[in-house]
Write a protein that binds this ligand. Sequence first.
Ligand code: IPD
Ligand code: CA
Ligand code: CA
Length: 268
Amino acid sequence: MAAMSPIMNIMVKAAEKAGRNLSRDFGEVENLQVSRKGPANFVTAADKRAEEIIFEELKKARPTYSFLMEESGEVKGEDTDYVWIIDPLDGTHNFMHGIPHWCISIALEVKGRIEAGLVYDPIKDEMFRAERSGGAFMRSQRLRVSSRNNFESAFIAFGSAMDNKNYAEYANEFTKIAHIAPNLRRFGAAALDLAYVAAGRLDGYWERGLHPWDAAAGVLILKEAGGFVSSIDNEENPVYSRNIVAGNQPIQQDLKKALKSLSKEKAA
Ligand code: IPD
Ligand code: CA
Ligand code: CA
């Protein structure tokens, strides 16, 4: 494995511990599919437990740092310059339906800038990670975005957040992009979508309605793998802009241009 800093070691340890628990719970989900109540409550409990594990591990290692977590929200520590941004289970609906495509996402933000990020898929045991200026890795393998530059044949993922009600906007965007680049995929775990672009498995990705915990780690991993990522509509930090367009350089540019041209049509 490529050398890891002490901070990344802490993150990996926390993710692996929570990952073991989630994997065990995932094994139970199939049995629950047939029960009348379904697995929803069980999954919520698994999600919260995973967050607690990560919280405990990180707190133990860095007692003063602050937290921004999907389930428990903000927890301010003595030191508010250092913030762990955590999604303990990204791809919850896949998890609930017994689909093995979900992950844990942990990022460390220092004075408003993401310094370290990790996206861990425990089922495939794929640990994507990056530290700022240190490159991106999956275990010891260096990650690099794809070199495909033909938009028409690009392999592009998109997302449609369940809490976003702008269905017409989705339909328009999907129709527009599908006409140009028909190889679209909707995998259901935003952090893995970003990691897959970093690994060159996907050439591009876009989504509206994201939260910082979906994007923080994946954005750094992607950038460190030579990828490009920005907000779709403005110059905001893509971790916080809630809408995101990512890819290798040419595909990100083409995708962004196509999505922006729709916003312009709407405004006209
Ligand atoms: C969701 C997943 C999904 C994306 C949504 C996210 P969750 O996260 O990443 O792929 O489309 O925007 O909210 O709820 O499974 O943690
Ligand atoms: Ca998420
Ligand atoms: Ca989640």
